[in-house]
Write a protein that binds this ligand. Structure first.
Ligand code: AMP
Ligand code: ZN
Length: 509
């Protein structure tokens, strides 16, 4: 679903003196398939198997991905965005291998405990606390920060997911899942009326995090909530459905009375409902390994009777100026802060790409500024190369960039390869343009944007490049029936083709 950013046919000398150009990368990539090299494949580190694994979709041609989304009680900070970018990189790389990616990212607008290390059972969650602080309804808070989350994703060129299910709109499905778990003997109603998952009922517990049930601290459930009461049977059990305390907002009726769901159960319900009982890749930040993903796996696998998620992929945390990003210490940086400093938000994306997702990156204003400078330099260079005669992209550099992404998203290596290409005098400027334009499908940096311009130049829809080339061929073969048919197909994609003496030219409808 990625788009190809290309330059419009340039103004200046008329078509009689300038050969018509169709700037795109589909065709050269399509030609590359005929290369005698084996087709590379995406590899990712799987937290559960602790190995870098080859990612082979369970359904040929379709990669299903579930990404844990934001808890919408505050703006996403740049650390959160680094984790969301990880999913986008997986998606873009998979798409280069002609996989269709079906991505679901949840919106947690209910049930995420205030402080994962000690809250009274009747206690409030982060959303309710923020609602009180801002004197707004919890739903108004959730919608406000959900909108902000989408704006941040757009600013970072993160392709939208196929669905953003909200936890608050998924309650009936969570209840059905909990009923299944109770019926299967994996869950029970505690003496306080809350429904708990029985950790000991799931044999593989701990495979993701390495935590063993017998080592879990007594007095704390896997969710981290305080269990001073002896309402549950085993200290490692966690709440699936919490009985609502007095005066609590955001509660729903259930077979176990009025209450609200635990955080982990939302991801089990939404992921299986929307992506099915086998999900290829599940992403999230490293802190979600335990208890969130450990508990989600126990729930999902117990409900369906087999391993649901094939690969668990976790991004390391981002530090800022060497410190953990936390509201409590005032060390929180937002996209708006980056823009306020005069930086393009995509400088943030480039700064993220400069470290690998599995390392604990340390961002600073200096590194952001350096990334902004490099971004500007590349855009200027790309604009300059676009003026030069068109050339096929460099297959060698393309292979190196893709191999770096395939190698567990070694994005710093990909950036280095492009720095090398930038300076390589043996590669013609037109070929540099094509290679950078192709690489930008993975990088997502709007490299074909003119410096100082706020919007990228023309965007050729995916697949249109191949059609344009086929039509040029049909015309040179004087096969006008095919040429007309291809023009209609292009029109359906929103591309208008005009025939000039110098050949065909295109524009977007
Ligand atoms: P939250 O909105 O708190 O639920 O977090 C959304 C996502 O951001 C989760 O996948 C977290 O694991 C991730 N996350 C939280 N803090 C950081 C950080 N400092 N760096 C990278 N990812 C983070
Ligand atoms: Zn989740």
């Amino acid at each position: 679903m990625g788009v190809v950013r290309v330059r419009r046919p340039l103004p200046g000398p008329g078509p009689a003196t300038r050969p018509a150009r169709t700037r795109h990368t589909d065709v050269t990539w399509a030609h590359a398939r005929a290369d005698p090299y084996p087709q590379p494949v995406l590899h990712l580190h799987d937290t559960r198997t602790r190995k870098v694994e080859q990612i082979v979709p369970s359904t040929p041609g379709l990669l299903t991905v579930y990404a844990c989304g934001p808890t919408v009680y505050r703006y996403a900070h740049v650390g959160n965005l680094r984790t969301f970018l990880l999913t986008d990189l997986i998606r873009r790389t998979a798409e280069q291998h002609s996989l269709r990616v079906k991505l679901v990212q949840n919106i947690t607008d209910v049930g995420h405990m205030q402080d994962d290390s000690g809250i009274d059972d009747g206690g409030e969650d982060k959303l309710l606390a923020q609602a009180r602080l801002e004197d707004r309804s919890p739903f108004a808070i959730a919608r406000f920060y959900e909108d902000a989350f989408h704006r941040d994703l757009r600013a970072l060129n993160v392709h939208p997911a196929d669905a953003y299910p909200r936890a608050s709109e998924w309650i009936p499905s969570m209840i059905t899942l909990i009923e299944t778990l109770v019926a299967r003997g994996n869950a029970y109603v505690g003496t306080d009326g809350t429904v708990y998952f029985s950790a000991q009922s799931f044999e593989g517990y701990g495979a993701i995090s390495g935590n063993r049930l017998e080592d879990l601290r007594a007095g704390h459930g896997a969710t981290g909530e305080s269990t001073a009461t002896s309402a549950k049977r085993f200290h490692g059990d966690w709440a699936l459905w919490k009985k609502a305390g007095e005066n609590r907002e955001m509660t729903w009726d259930s077979p176990w009375g009025r209450g609200f769901p635990g955080w982990h159960v939302e991801c089990s319900a939404m992921s299986v409902d929307l992506l099915g009982e086998t999900i290829d890749v599940h992403t999230g930040g490293i802190d979600l390994r335990f208890p969130h993903h450990e508990d989600e796996r126990a729930q999902s696998d117990s409900a369906v009777g087999h391993e649901v998620v094939r690969h668990w992929v976790h991004g390391e945390h981002l530090l800022f100026e060497g410190r953990k990003m936390a509201k409590s210490t005032g060390n929180v940086v937002l996209v708006s802060d980056v823009v306020a400093k005069g930086h393009d938000p995509l400088a943030l994306r480039l700064a993220f790409l400069s470290s690998r997702y599995r390392t604990q990156a340390n961002l600073s204003w200096d590194t952001l500024s350096a990334a902004d400078t490099l971004l500007g330099r590349w855009r200027t260079a790309v604009a300059g190369w676009a003026e030069e005669p068109s050339q096929a992209m460099s297959a060698a550099y393309r292979d190196e960039v893709l191999a770096a992404f395939d190698d567990d998203l070694d994005t710093p290596r990909a950036v280095q390869v492009l720095r090398r290409l930038e300076k390589d005098d043996a590669v013609a400027p037109g070929a540099k343009f094509e290679t950078f334009a192709w690489a930008d499908r993975l990088l997502g940096l709007d490299l074909a944007r003119e410096v100082g311009q706020t919007r990228p130049v023309a965007v050729l829809p995916e697949g249109a490049g191949v059609l344009l080339d086929a039509r040029a061929q049909a015309r040179s073969d004087r096969d006008f029936a095919a040429s007309d048919r291809l023009r209609d197909e292009l029109a359906a994609l929103g591309v208008v083709v005009k025939d000039t003496k110098a050949g065909q030219e295109w524009s977007l409808a």
